[in-house]
Design a protein around this ligand. Structure first.
Ligand code: NCD
Length: 308
C-alpha cells in the first residue's frame, strides 16, 4: 500500500484495507514510542502546521508527532499574527509555505478549503478540519481508539449525540462506521441533525442509520456513544446557539440507561455535554482518545512521506 504524496482530506477517500493499514501503522508507532525509541523516520524533513482556527489537541498532537517522528516543525498557531491579518488569501499562504516544507497540516474555518489547498500545493496536505466540513485525522484516531477499547471494530452500534450538523468529526466518522458495518443512531435536536446529503450518501452506500431524539433508548443499545460539542462558532446567531446549547448532557444518571460497558468518546473540547463525574467511569475513553491522536498522526506523517 502506497500513501506517498497522498492528501488526507475527508472520511470517504479510504478503502477498508487502507484504514486497517493506517491503524496498524499507528499501533507500530505507539509501540516504538512506548519502548523509548528515538525515531528518525522523517529525518531531514520539515512539516508546516498551519492553524487558521483555534485548536489544542489537533495542533499539539500533530506537532508532538512531527517532533517524535524526527522531522522539524514550522508552525502558525495564530493566524492573526500572520499575513492573513494583512488580507493575504489562504491560497497565497499555502503556495508560499509549500516551497518551505515536505508536508502541510492545515486547519481552516472554510468548508472545502483543504481540498483547495491540496490542489494548489505540490506537497501532501493533511486536513486538520475545514469548517463544518470534514475532520479525517480525528475520525481516524477515533476508529483507532474504538479498536483499542473493544479489541475489534465492526458489527457494533454507535450513537452520535449532539451537534451533528456543524460537528465535522462525525461527518468523517460516519463513513468509517458504514465501511466497518457499524449501525449508527443519530441523536440530536431537530435543529442540529446530520446534514441530509451526508445521511443520504451514507444510506446509499448501505449504512444502517436510525434518527432519534430518545437518547435513553439509543444508549441502551449502543456499544459506543460519540458525544459532540454544540459548535457555537458556526451558528448564524447567538439566539440559535442559546436554543440548542445544553440539549444533551451525559451524566451518571443518564448512564444508568446505557448498555453495560458502553464506551464514551468525545473529540474534545467539551463544554458541558459530559459531566466531569463521568470521567471516572471505566468506559470514559475521551482522554485516551486524545492521547491516541499522536500515534495516529505519526502514522499519517510517515505514510504520506513514504517513510513509514
Ligand atoms: C473537534 C474539532 O475541532 O472539530 N476538536 C478536535 O479536533 N479534537 C471538535 C470540536 O471542536 O468540538
Amino acid at each position: 500500500m502506497n500513501f506517498r504524496g497522498v492528501d488526507i482530506l475527508n472520511g470517504y477517500q479510504f478503502t477498508n484495507q487502507e484504514l486497517n493499514h493506517i491503524m496498524n501503522t499507528a499501533a507500530q508507532y505507539e509501540t516504538r514510542v512506548k519502548s523509548g525509541e528515538v525515531i528518525h523516520d522523517l529525518e531531514g524533513m520539515v512539516v508546516a502546521s498551519l492553524f487558521f482556527e483555534p485548536s489544542t489537541r489537533t495542533r499539539l498532537s500533530f506537532e508532538a508527532a512531527i517532533n517524535r517522528i524526527g522531522a522539524k516543525c514550522i508552525s502558525m498557531a495564530d493566524a492573526s499574527a500572520s499575513s492573513a491579518a494583512k488580507g493575504e488569501t489562504m491560497l497565497d499562504t499555502i503556495k508560499t509555505v509549500d516551497g518551505y516544507v515536505d508536508v502541510i497540516v492545515m486547519r481552516h474555518p472554510v468548508k472545502g478549503s483543504a481540498k483547495e489547498a491540496a490542489d494548489a500545493a505540490v506537497h501532501p496536505v493533511i486536513n486538520g478540519g475545514d469548517g463544518a466540513g470534514q475532520h479525517p485525522t480525528q475520525a481516524l484516531l477515533d476508529i483507532y481508539t474504538m479498536r483499542k477499547e473493544k479489541g475489534h471494530i465492526g458489527g457494533q452500534t454507535i450513537t452520535f449525540l449532539g451537534d451533528l450538523k456543524y460537528g465535522r468529526t462525525v461527518h468523517s466518522l460516519g463513513y468509517f462506521m458504514q465501511q466497518f458495518g457499524n449501525k449508527m443512531i443519530f441523536a440530536s435536536p431537530e435543529e442540529l441533525k446530520m446534514p441530509e446529503n451526508i445521511t443520504a450518501d451514507l444510506r446509499s452506500k448501505g449504512a444502517d442509520i436510525t434518527e432519534t431524539t430518545d437518547v435513553k433508548a439509543a444508549l441502551s443499545e449502543s456499544d459506543f456513544v460519540y458525544v459532540t460539542r454544540v459548535q457555537r462558532e458556526r451558528f448564524p446567531s447567538i439566539e440559535a446557539y442559546e436554543r440548542c446549547k445544553g440539549s444533551y448532557i451525559v451524566n451518571n444518571e443518564l448512564l444508568k440507561y446505557a448498555k453495560k460497558d458502553i464506551t464514551i468518546l468525545h473529540p474534545l473540547p467539551r463544554v458541558d455535554e459530559i459531566a466531569t463525574e463521568v470521567d471516572d467511569y471505566k468506559g470514559a475513553a475521551y482522554f485516551r482518545q486524545a492521547h491516541n491522536g499522536m500515534y495516529l498522526r505519526m502514522a499519517l506523517l510517515g505514510l504520506v512521506t513514504g517513510r513509514a
